[in-house]
Design a protein around this ligand. Structure first.
Ligand SMILES: C=CC1=C(C)c2cc3[nH]c(cc4nc(cc5[nH]c(cc1n2)c(C)c5CCC(=O)O)C(CCC(=O)O)=C4C)c(C)c3C=C
Ligand SMILES: [Fe+2]
Length: 411
């Protein structure tokens, strides 16, 4: 497994390089904004991190942690410009170099076409994404956990497609004169389309900026293997299983956000391999607790006409119903916060489909959000990465698997 994911990684870096290269236009200015007043547009650091006026100093160092996340529309008015930012990302719609000039017109077209359906979804979960609020809360809990472990640090939130944008967090990091930075994508498993996209953006920002290029930093590329994270997931699953009348008869249904198949098969995205290993590790942890339920992994949320990772969640639910499975526990596995795809797609659409397909008992494991074991583990991940701050990885393969500087991820 390790050897094959290593070769995938080196292939990934080659293919992403030749497909995308780097475009300066990709940075800050691509973000589309709805018509907002200036004061709204200027908000960029989380309100919670703002409440901490002084940056803690350790020796001569000011430590920062940058949490990278996707971002989500906060109002229905934000939905179309948020979708534009998402589809304008060459790591989301991968066009051959020759057709790159079509990226933004295509993003405009797709975002306008998709907005009504997407708005319906956001309307049904209260009119916007909870992602900013949850990520801010995670940042604050992480700051407290680090402080309790005697590592005072300021925690920043940088979103890829909506406020607070990564570029804005970086500007604040510079204003705060942070001297050591740990970059932590809030995605347990690495995908070109998520952590990869955010890190590519950072790479461009660092390359162009004298302060950043000299700032000591490290990246934690993926962390699904961490014991604390695995235990936190197992705890949540165990607790939800106990709510069923016959817990041992429940099928544990891991549902991960999909990616187009070509990401894995052509671009060498390690996402599928990391996802499968992650599920194995969680099941091993459950087995240690004498929980030996049947389980399966499927992929949800596909968009557009191309083939995505299979099996698809909806088709698998129907098949399980046909096979006579009566109890299902859905486990969202690729993302650590509640979001539209847990609150709407799983809780409403898939639940309805399951009940129609003959499944009688349905449950869903909540996202980790600010679960204390999880936050403590994130704090440990940050602390363990500190010795790597400023250190170079030996190879670019190593750079995608261990802590390393941004510049080495796509080397
Ligand atoms: C690990 C998680 C995610 C992967 C991998 C991922 C890939 C991916 N996503 C799209 C298209 C869309 N994603 C949308 C929302 C969305 N995606 C993720 C996570 C992953 N995406 C999250 C957490 C969210 C929701 C944020 C929120 O507002 O709560 C959307 C918008 C919603 C919708 O219209 O359905 C789109 C579109 C692609 C194309 C892709 C891989 C190439
Ligand atoms: Fe997505």
């Amino acid at each position: 497994m390790e050897a094959s994911s290593s070769s995938n990684l080196s292939r990934a870096s080659l293919v992403t390089k030749c497909f995308f290269g780097w475009s300066k236009k990709q940075s800050f200015f691509i973000h589309q904004q709805p018509n907002k007043c200036a004061s709204q547009m200027e908000v960029f650091v989380t309100s919670r991190t703002k409440e901490v006026p002084d940056i803690p100093v350790v020796g001569n160092e000011k430590i920062g942690v940058l949490l990278l996340n996707l971002g989500g529309p906060e109002t229905l008015e934000d939905v179309q410009p948020f979708l534009f930012n998402l589809f304008a990302d060459p790591d989301i719609i991968r066009l051959p170099r020759l057709f790159r000039f079509l990226q933004r017109p295509l993003a405009q077209f797709i975002s306008v076409a998709r907005a009504p359906k997407s708005k319906e979804g956001y309307a049904s979960i209260g009119g916007g994404s909870p992602l900013r609020q949850i990520t801010d809360a995670q940042a604050e809990e992480l700051r407290k956990a680090l402080c309790e472990k005697n590592v005072p640090a300021k925690v920043y939130v940088g979103m890829r497609y909506w406020h607070p944008f990564t570029e804005e967090a970086i500007e604040q990091i510079k204003r705060d004169n942070i001297t050591k930075l740990v970059v932590l994508p809030l995605y347990p498993q690495f995908s070109i389309s998520t952590s990869g996209s955010s890190l590519r953006l950072l790479e461009g920002l660092f390359r162009e900026d004298e302060y950043l290029i000299n700032m000591q930093h490290t990246v934690i590329p993926s962390w699904y293997q961490r014991e604390g994270y695995i235990k936190a997931m197992a705890n949540l699953i165990e607790k939800e299983l106990d709510k069923f009348d016959c817990p041992q008869e429940v099928m544990i249904f891991f549902s991960a956000h999909g990616v187009p198949l070509a990401y894995v098969e052509e671009a060498g995205d390690p996402y599928k391999a990391e996802m499968e290993e992650c599920v194995d590790l969680i099941m091993e942890e459950l087995e240690k607790r004498q929980i030996t339920n049947a389980y399966t992994l499927a992929y949800q949320s596909r968009v557009g006409p191309v083939e995505w990772l299979k099996p698809y969640t909806d088709e698998t639910i129907i098949e399980l119903g046909q096979k006579g499975v009566k109890s299902l526990l859905a486990v969202p596995i690729s993302f650590v916060s509640e979001h539209i795809e847990t609150l709407e797609e799983i809780d409403v659409e898939y639940k309805e489909l399951a009940l129609k397909s003959g499944i009688e008992n349905w449950g869903r494991v909540p996202a980790l959000n600010c679960e204390p074991t999880f936050i403590t583990d994130l704090a440990d991940a940050v602390i363990e990465s500190l010795p790597y701050v400023g250190a170079m990885a030996v190879s670019n393969i190593e750079a995608r698997q261990v802590n390393c500087p941004v510049m080495q991820i796509f080397k």
